[in-house]
Design a protein around this ligand. Sequence first.
Ligand SMILES: Cc1cc2nc3c(=O)[nH]c(=O)nc-3n(C[C@H](O)[C@H](O)[C@H](O)COP(=O)(O)OP(=O)(O)OC[C@H]3O[C@@H](n4cnc5c(N)ncnc54)[C@H](O)[C@@H]3O)c2cc1C
Length: 525
Amino acid sequence: MSGILNTITGGLLGISINVPSALPSSAALAACAAIASGTQVLTEVWPTNEYTPQYTYAQNHYWSSANTDNVPACVVLPQNAQDVSEVVKILLAYPTVAFAVKSGGHNANFGFSSTGGVLISMTNNNSTTLSSNNQKATISPGATWAQAVSDLEPFGVTAVGGRVGDVGVGGLLLGCGLSFLSAQYGLPCDNVLDYEVVLSNSSIIHANSTSNSDLFGALKGGGNLFGIVTKFTVKVVPIGTVWGGYRTYSSSYASQLLAATQDFTENFPGPAAALFTTFEILADNLDQFITVFYFYNGPVVPPGVFDKFLPIPATSDMTTSQSYSSLLSQNAGIASQYGFRYSLRGATIPNLPSTNGTDLMMANYNNWISYVLSQGLLQQSTYIFTLIYQPMMISIPAASAVVNPLGNLLNLSTTYGDQMWMAGTVAWLESEMDTTAHSMLTDIMNDVASYARTKYPGAEASNFEAGGNIQHEYAPAIFMNDAMYDQQVFKGYGSDTYQRLKVVQRKYDPIGFFPGRTSGFNLTG
Ligand SMILES: Cc1cc2nc3c(=O)[nH]c(=O)nc-3n(C[C@H](O)[C@H](O)[C@H](O)COP(=O)(O)OP(=O)(O)OC[C@H]3O[C@@H](n4cnc5c(N)ncnc54)[C@H](O)[C@@H]3O)c2cc1C
């Protein structure tokens, strides 16, 4: 997702290869006409308005350009909950018409936020307002994290959110989220105090710790199954100048950087620090890049924090003291390369202690390279493979427990020890390569999960607590925000949570409006 893409995208940036999967149906066009005539909500209907800036942006601005294959019958741009409620009322009268809700458009899964039916784009519902006592902020789902953070920055506060500025607030928070600030303040969803939600019966309700508290709990990692969220009220935390940015490295430093990442996770230097480490291979010439994204919540990084990393010679170095919003925007410049079709898949593994840990990290890296080489892709086609190591040290669930004693859905615990949230991506250009790309990435990430299980069965993760559940290490939750469409995210939350979510889903959406008419992770089986 970073260095290599930067070098080869050049003229591709912002351009997507548009292969319409199907043109809008007459039922979808009828629903759109009803929304356009029956509400005050801005509605751009295909084909008449297909070239308006609003329609074009909504249809084309996706991290994975595969989503631009969908040609929406209309793009609907609500500004508030009342607008969304009006749209839902009309959708109820057109029961065969699919719809999708789009916030930042960064979800790689085809159709999760794109559709040939009614596309509800939150772009015009993007405000961020700070409460009068400067303790909380209300953020609308159409904002990106860069926008929300910039809006809050003049007040010396921020929201616990994404690490890359152009990711949307809506999707990230509904998948619970992972932030550079998580070891200090918990996961992003732990910091949500109130959700304003439009339900399937078009009513507008609030879910918080005292009102609709079952829904409140279900939205902390429950995705788009329960309603359309029109506002998130979150705790804010202090922020000033931060240190960070990314550094890129030659692949000859892979083992050193992996050992440093393992050590950072096991011997975590303190909650103000965060990083993630990414490896990339361009399959047609086997060029490799390594990028480490650094963050320290303070203007200067003290000695002892990134000591194993900083002496390693970098090929480019963007780390500096800067504002938090500038760091997030800088990360977007390298991590969010547009114009490619993408697939993203997650795997959670334990961070094993010391030499077992570095062996596991290195083995995953070597297996990944061997797999890419074994596919015979050299000089055939443009596939870019990325392997991402995201430390999930016990400080994060510890911080979550303080901030959010009611808990999120993710089944994390300090007793399980440190984890590594692994993610893989593949980027490619032509739709004919979709099936191959998905299946290669599935193989890669299945190998990541199974190697740990088979080579180190029963091994304790670093900082594993005596009496903790060792079984959990090899059956952990898969992070929704990194998951591919066929991964069983909800089952990974544990069977009690899974059953509870089914009950809550039926209670708030008895007609199955959301699972039946929009794509996303599902509670089936
Ligand atoms: C470059 C990059 C960097 C990333 N960095 C991070 C990171 O630092 N931390 C992290 O946790 N994740 C990260 N992610 C993963 C990201 O959080 C998920 O892909 C997330 O789904 C994207 O949210 P979005 O709003 O941009 O996406 P969208 O594609 O717009 O939406 C994603 C899903 O959420 C649903 N949705 C969106 N808004 C609403 C709403 N208001 N009501 C109901 N449903 C809604 C959509 O229908 C869709 O199913 C990153 C992804 C990429 C590609």
